[in-house]
Design a protein around this ligand. Structure first.
Ligand code: FE2
Length: 479
């Protein structure tokens, strides 16, 4: 798969366009970025012809969807489509002049692009051609959310503050879509980025927390602050040095102290940005590392237990963190992550929420890769509520050969073992989207709320609000 080659090409183009917005064409910085970009283009074409096409907020290489690349380069996608570019064809060795012309055209410095050279625009429309507009909207919201967080993070680092309204707009947009198809939105949350862990992790946590909250019986009114709190739960990490965040070994006392301040920093940042009306989002940031049994950090003085919504976000936060590879440890399988949540039920986590989370995700959550006893390899696509029957897509036959993905219902007795995505060389989200599963999930109805969960947890609206106010009073006491 040449997906990395496409990423290098797009990265090069993005850098060249950005240099052109700062310096004149002849400047050494521009020249250096052209040189690197041209090399990436030539590498991708590899002496023959390749087509990078754009459609429905996604990039395609020779007709194959590049789901992950589409998420990574959402901003560049906007720039390219703003210039009405639908495809870029690279033919043979890339001419330096053509590359400069492309970068200048995308940067808006020239209005025409000469046809017929080693780089051609809009000569090919090699995509799947199927109408996946509903999933495109969801992907657009997802990438929009990652972009919003990225900007916000830079802003907090630079100015120490941010604005809450774009976040709330993005959250409401995402919730709208996640509620109408939680299956498809959970599928997106299997996208893992190691380079921009915090952003993707936050969006994934938000999607899963909203889906769990919805399943738990909460309404949109509650899901919005939950989504905002989940999205911003780690915003306080801006105050922690990258060196400590990615430190591979055991943290010393000082380092640990710095890390444990991020919930409080985050809660204060949300209050400063949002003011009244954002107490619940702020409480979630404050309490996301506080445990169900009263341990964890910070120690809560106002209540023995974290707020119900904080408990809800804590489960999604930990699940996504465990299933993502980090600098200091490998990713665990989704199934293993569920086992760890179960072990922690009643200790670190609220057992009712863990139960709801597992009923929603299924024993093998979407994106799980399983080797069947027959030797075939399948990717789990979604969960219908039947624990015995797994909705899957077969991707490798029993001789280990890649096959055209084929939907199939797998009985739990057929499962041999679980495999890590990295070990199998599979990108589950991309594969399921390619197999058309995403569009089917959009068409399918969303998981219905679990009956009686709210009553069991004894939720009282007023009490939830009061508890948030009490929790936040503790951050002022600590100052
Ligand atoms: Fe955290």
């Amino acid at each position: 798969m040449k997906e990395e080659g496409v990423q290098d090409f797009l990265k090069g183009l993005r850098a060249a366009v950005s240099q052109l917005s700062l310096y004149p064409l002849e400047h050494p910085n521009c020249q250096a970025s052209f040189k690197r970009g041209r090399a990436a283009a030539e590498n991708l074409a590899d002496g023959s012809e390749v087509v990078v096409a754009l459609k429905g907020y996604a990039f395609f290489l020779n007709g194959t969807l590049l789901a992950y690349t589409s998420l990574m380069f959402a901003n560049l996608y906007q720039d390219l489509s703003g210039r009405e570019i639908e495809s870029i064809t690279l033919v043979g060795p890339t001419d330096a002049k053509d590359y400069v012309a492309l970068a200048s055209f995308v940067a808006g410095l020239v209005t025409d692009f000469e046809p017929g050279g080693s780089i051609r625009l809009n000569e090919s429309h090699l995509t799947h051609g199927e109408d996946d507009s509903a999933f495109s909207d969801l992907r657009f919201s997802y990438t929009g959310m990652v972009g919003t967080l990225r900007n916000l993070d830079h802003r907090v680092a630079r100015e120490g503050t941010f604005e809450m309204s774009p976040v709330m707009e993005a959250v409401e947009d995402l919730i709208e879509q996640a509620m109408s198809s939680s299956g498809a939105s959970l599928l997106l949350s299997t996208v893992k980025s190691h380079d921009e862990y915090t952003f993707y992790h936050s969006v994934n946590t938000c999607l899963m927390a909203v889906a769990t909250g919805h399943y738990f019986g909460l309404t949109r009114k509650d899901l919005i602050p939950i989504g905002a709190g989940a999205l911003l739960h780690d915003i306080g990490k801006v105050a922690v040095s990258q060196q400590i965040l990615n430190y591979p070994g055991r943290l010393d006392r000082e380092q640990w102290k710095e890390i444990t301040l991020h919930p409080q920093e985050g809660a204060q940042a949300i209050l400063a940005a949002g003011g009244p009306g954002h107490e619940i989002a702020s409480t979630i940031a404050l309490e996301h590392h506080a445990r169900f049994d009263g341990l964890g950090y910070p120690r809560l003085s106002a209540s023995p237990q974290p707020h119900l919504f904080s408990r809800l976000v804590a489960v999604s936060d930990v699940y996504d963190a465990i299933t993502t590879r980090r600098a200091y440890r490998r990713a665990e399988t989704p199934h293993r992550a569920l086992q760890l949540l179960l072990q922690g039920a009643g200790g670190a986590f609220d057992p009712d929420i863990v139960r709801s989370f597992i009923s929603l995700m299924g024993i093998f959550p979407p994106g799980s890769i399983l080797r069947l006893l027959s030797g075939e390899l399948v990717v789990i696509s979604h969960h219908t509520g039947d624990l015995e029957e797994l909705q899957a897509v077969v991707v490798r036959n029993n001789s280990g050969e890649d096959i055209e993905p084929e939907p199939r219902i797998v009985n739990i007795d057929e499962v041999g073992s679980q495999v890590l995505a990295e070990a199998a060389g599979i990108e589950p989200a991309a594969l399921l989207e390619e197999a058309g599963v995403a569009s089917q999930l959009i068409a399918a109805t969303s998981a219905a709320p679990e009956e009686g969960a709210m009553e069991r947890s004894g939720v009282d609206e007023q009490e939830l609000r009061d508890q948030a106010t009490r929790s936040l009073s503790s951050i002022y006491e600590r100052d």
